[in-house]
Write a new protein. Structure first.
Length: 256
């Protein structure tokens, strides 16, 4: 499919899904293919740096664009469809860039797991409205299959944990701001320095609710004072460790 449509622009977050798409596009079309990362306060500095590092390691032609989703009331209101406004802003800019570069399509890294029954992905609607192609879904690849293919191709981030934008840590109905995103980023940076790999800091006002992967929970309880200190340094008054551990999209459980 990627060969048939001509040189594409890939929405490149640096995660394994978009990396596989960008890497295949580069193998097929060489330097004519372009990988682009959207930069804004909702993307942590560590994620932006990792995306750039992966692009360099794979020899991708890589650019960044600044997105302005925080000026959109629908995004700030965070009413459950926040991702629609975020992806609409990103894909709108990528479509314009693709046209100016003479590229044939914009590609995303969505996989079959993103359209499973019960999944909440309002950003998919923005992709459809902007004509974004989803080659992993078209190829019938699940997340597990994506990681297997990425491993076979030797992609350096084939086992990288998923890391959605910082706004995904804010409960629906709580307004998103640059200050809140910076607070979350700071707390997560402090916890990452303690050696934890899979976790989220969920923002609940002055409380940071820390979800840590089940296989790291014992270590988290042993280092609870350091985890608490990392959250305090970020500006939270209280910190709690969630006994259920890390759950992807756990805040969506509060949606009607």
């Amino acid at each position: 499919m990627i060969q048939e449509i001509g040189p594409p622009l890939t929405a490149f977050s640096g995660g394994v899904d978009s990396t596989l798409v960008a890497a295949v596009a580069a193998r097929v079309h060489g330097r004519a293919a372009l990988a682009v990362t959207g930069i804004s306060p909702s993307l942590s500095r560590s994620e932006a740096e990792q995306a750039a590092a992966v692009a360099r390691a794979l020899g991708l032609r890589h650019q960044v664009v600044e997105t302005q989703e925080l000026v959109l009331e629908g995004y700030r209101a965070n009413a459950g469809d926040r991702c629609y406004f975020c992806k609409g802003e990103l894909f709108g800019k990528l479509v314009g860039l693709a046209r100016s570069e003479g590229l044939r399509a914009v590609l995303s890294g969505d996989n079959l797991d993103d359209i499973r029954p019960g999944s909440h992905r309002p950003g998919m609607r923005a992709a459809t409205e902007n004509g974004v192609r989803k080659p992993l879904i078209e190829a019938g690849l699940s997340k597990e299959a994506v990681r297997a293919v990425a491993s076979r191709l030797g992609l350096p981030n084939h086992d990288k944990p998923a890391s959605p934008c910082l706004a995904s840590r804010v409960p629906h109905g709580v307004r998103v701001s640059a200050e809140v995103l910076a607070k979350i980023e700071s707390a997560e940076a402090g916890i990452r320095e303690l050696g934890f790999r899979v976790f989220r800091v969920r923002h609940h006002g002055r409380l940071a609710r820390v979800e840590i992967a089940e296989d790291e929970l014992e270590q988290a309880f042993a280092q609870r004072e350091q985890v608490h200190a990392a959250c305090r340094r970020a500006g939270y008054l209280w910190a709690s460790l969630d006994l259920a551990g890390y759950r992807s999209g756990s805040l969506s459980a509060a949606l009607p």
